[in-house]
Design a protein around this ligand. Structure first.
Ligand SMILES: Nc1ncnc2c1ncn2[C@@H]1O[C@H](COP(=O)(O)OP(=O)(O)O)[C@@H](O)[C@H]1O
Ligand SMILES: O=P(O)(O)O[C@H]1O[C@H](CO)[C@@H](O[C@H]2O[C@H](CO)[C@@H](O)[C@H](O)[C@H]2O)[C@H](O)[C@H]1O
Length: 445
């Protein structure tokens, strides 16, 4: 039996009270994709409240809210965000950091609205609901296995594209923030990989959705692991090489690619389609240079890089946003790969489309460069050695050396650096020099 019940309590009445608070709070969130554009209004797609069965204490308010912003291409819907809120008259001091704001007018005036996932009691309601397959209002819950009851939740504080909660150091629940219709690849691919017997990816054990949108996925938590980004920075700080790890990472990437190619369709692109890959890179560059004018002087050089690439005819499902932060090394030294969502800013259809595997390889090569660049003094040779070791490991496990087509690899690396320029300008302006230095190198070499 589920330990939670639900209602869909007067949501329309609630939104006008929430709107002024969301106006201030939402654009400040790392996962808010519409930064730099005004918010002009909100519409509620769905509201559900998960309530404790014993009826004591507040419920967890689950909202799907569309955020109106100018500049949306004609015919495309406003971005939809998943919000999980708590509403209380008195907010205990331990929840003060979770405060979004106090309702200013109307019958609920004075109530505190706060991030529900930061309240262990409310986060527990969501976990309890995930344990039992079935529906609550528009939300549908699935589980592949029996989950233990009452695991203590804690929210991860890392500033990320989504929000994650760890339950009892046993499971991690990822809540997707910007949601679009269609299966989220971060559920679709790990499920396909685990069904194909690939042990490189933590297998989803439960998830929930609304309509056609995936809202959250629960996976085993690799408690003794450390992510590749931290490990690489530690190695740099200690003056250590990272080539053994990089080589193993190359092998792990190849294994994931081989398993994805077995589990899901692959195909060869027609000649006209391969030409479209370069055209798409050109388009992304053009859009990026509009958003970040610092790119403008490099556009001719970068276009020449794209024009020189001609391969990439074999395509399959790939990770789509592979970097060191998406890898976890366990206490046994083995690497796992996480976060198959793809680049969060791209439309879901594009993220789910088959791509050349070299795109993932290029993403990881960029990451070694990032690590070296964020460390003082800059150690370009350290990055070069990691990059070579990674490609060698990839070739060992797959039989295909990504360096065999240097023009293609360079084009994908350039495409990734262009993406990073936009990402950093939007989310972490202090980091902009990191991809800009790569742009300079790639455009002028
Ligand atoms: N299965 C897992 N085991 C341990 N830690 C994990 C696991 N999945 C994710 N994490 C941690 O949570 C962080 C955020 O997860 P991620 O899927 O990358 O989310 P986002 O899309 O928000 O970037 C990761 O950087 C990693 O440290
Ligand atoms: O992990 P996410 O899915 O949120 O990915 C986004 O954020 C990443 C940063 O956290 C960003 O990655 C860039 O910075 C990393 C260092 O923090 C570096 O290792 C990557 O190579 C670099 O691309 C990623 O691009 C973005 O999609």
């Amino acid at each position: 039996m589920p330990e939670t019940a639900s209602t869909t309590r007067a949501p329309d009445a609630l939104l006008p009270s929430l709107a002024p608070l969301l106006h201030e709070w939402l654009p400040r969130q790392r996962w808010f994709a519409g930064k730099g554009r005004r918010v002009t209004g909100f519409t509620l797609d769905a509201a559900t409240e998960l309530l404790p069965l014993d009826g004591t204490g507040p419920g967890l308010l689950h909202l799907l809210v569309r955020v109106e912003q100018p500049g949306r291409p004609a015919g495309t819907p406003a971005d939809c965000y998943q919000l999980l809120l708590g509403v209380r008259t008195q907010l205990p001091p331990r929840l003060a950091p979770a405060l979004i704001g106090r309702i200013r007018q109307g019958p609920l005036a004075g109530r505190a609205v706060y991030e529900g996932l930061r309240d262990p009691r409310l986060a527990g309601l969501l976990y309890d609901r995930l344990r039992t397959p079935g529906s609550t209002g528009p939300l549908r819950f699935h589980a592949t296995t029996a989950l233990p009851p009452a695991l203590a939740p804690r929210m991860l504080d890392a500033e990320q594209s989504n929000s994650s909660l760890v339950f009892g150091d046993s499971f991690i629940l990822k809540i997707f923030r910007r949601v679009s219709p269609g299966a989220n690849p971060d559920l679709e691919l790990p499920l396909a990989l685990s069904r194909a017997g690939c042990a490189r990816v933590p297998a989803p054990v439960a998830w929930f959705e609304s309509g056609a949108s995936t809202l959250g996925v629960l996976q085993p938590y690799l408690r003794d692991s450390r992510d590749g980004w931290r490990l690489a920075l530690d190695a740099l700080a200690d003056g250590r090489e990272f080539t053994v790890e990089a080589r193993a990472l190359g092998r792990a990437t190849a294994e994931v690619h081989l398993a994805l190619a077995e589990a899901l369709p692959t195909r060869r692109l027609a000649r006209a389609e391969t030409e479209q890959l370069a055209a798409a890179m050109d388009r992304r560059l053009h859009a990026a240079a509009q958003a970040v004018p610092a790119l403008l002087p490099y556009v001719p050089g970068l276009r020449a890089v794209f024009a020189a690439a001609s391969g990439g005819a074999a395509v399959q499902r790939i990770h789509g946003d592979l970097h060191l932060g998406q890898t976890l090394r366990g206490s046994d030294g083995g690497w796992a790969v996480i976060d198959f969502e793809g680049e969060p800013a791209k439309p879901l259809d594009e993220r789910r489309s088959p791509q050349p595997t070299v795109r993932d390889v290029a993403g990881m090569l960029r990451s070694f460069d990032y690590a070296a660049r964020t460390h003082r003094p800059w150690n370009a040779d350290w990055a070069s050695r990691c990059r070579a070791a990674y490609c060698a490991g990839y070739a060992e496990a797959s039989g295909v050396d990504p360096r065999a087509d240097p023009a293609l690899l360079r084009a994908y690396e350039t495409d990734k650096a262009v993406y990073e320029v936009v990402y950093e300008a939007r989310h972490r302006p202090d980091w902009l020099p990191v991809p800009m230095s790569a742009i300079e190198r790639l455009a002028t070499r």
